[in-house]
Design a protein around this ligand. Structure first.
Ligand code: BGC
Length: 255
């Protein structure tokens, strides 16, 4: 197993891609700190799955838009398991609106969870990595939209573009400590973030036609890469973005 004796925090671990990440990291032997904000039952289900696999899990509720709660999440993980080795910044959300209608409230929510929380969660674990002399791993679940425009989702794109630069910057700043940081950038994955799309057959067909591999991704399609990046085998990889998008990003065809 790749992650035996490792402890991983997965933010937004109760649903969507996060749930598959918890499951996969646990299968590789990691103990998991499952963070959630509003779905305690789902978090409980993920914990049970992890225990069935034969690993251990701790559930910690935190609203990641508050730095105090982020610090508490990391502290609880360290207190319970004795250390943290891996942080997966997975929690994220998006709000669709025409640019001229975006409210301050929605802008703040998207930027707080998708960008500010990545910054401060990473800061909290890096402080711990330094104190314990641990060359830990940070993996951000970004998006193809750290690169690709997504009209009506400008705040979302700004947040993911910001995550891209956090990763590049910290790869340089933290490299001397052996700490690595990388982005995994999914395309269209069949999770609740895409609920509207999944319930709109016409739009779904259009999106699927734009994906060279001809289907939406599954959370499990993302999880294997995250497990690899969290492992010792990935020790020489830092500051990079890896797309898991069925080829969506580079597909332009003149019809
Ligand atoms: C967004 C999805 C979108 C996908 C591909 C993701 O980052 O969350 O809503 O379908 O990118 O455009």
């Amino acid at each position: 197993m790749k992650l035996e004796n490792k402890v991983a925090i997965v933010t937004g671990g109760s649903g969507g891609i996060g749930q598959a990440l918890c499951d996969r990291l646990a299968r590789e032997g990691a103990k998991i700190v499952i963070n959630y904000r509003s779905h305690p039952d789902e978090a409980q289900k993920v914990k049970q799955e992890i225990e069935q696999i034969g690993s251990e899990a701790l559930i910690v509720r935190a609203d990641l838009s508050k730095v105090r709660e982020i610090n508490n999440l990391v502290e609880e993980g360290i207190n319970y398991f004795g250390k943290v080795d891996i942080l997966v910044n997975n929690a994220g959300l998006e709000k669709r609106a025409d640019f001229w209608d975006v409210t301050e409230e929605d802008y703040d929510l998207v930027l707080n969870v998708n960008l500010k929380a990545v910054f401060f969660s990473t800061q909290a674990v890096v402080r711990h990595f330094r104190e314990t002399n641990n060359p830990g791993r940070i993996i951000n679940i970004s998006s193809v939209h750290e690169e690709l425009p997504f009209p009506h989702f400008t705040a979302y794109c700004a947040s993911k573009g910001g995550v891209k630069m956090i990763t590049r910057n910290l790869a340089v700043e933290l490299g001397s400590m052996g700490i690595t940081i990388n982005n995994v950038a999914p395309g269209a994955i069949a999770t609740p973030i895409n609920e509207k799309l999944l319930n709109n057959p016409e739009q779904l067909k259009k999106v699927t036609q734009n994906i060279p591999l001809g289907r939406l991704g599954e959370p499990e399609d993302v999880a294997g890469l995250v497990a690899f990046l969290a492992s010792d085998e990935a020790r020489y990889i830092t500051g990079s973005t890896f797309y898991v998008d069925g080829g969506l990003l580079w597909n332009y065809q003149e019809q």
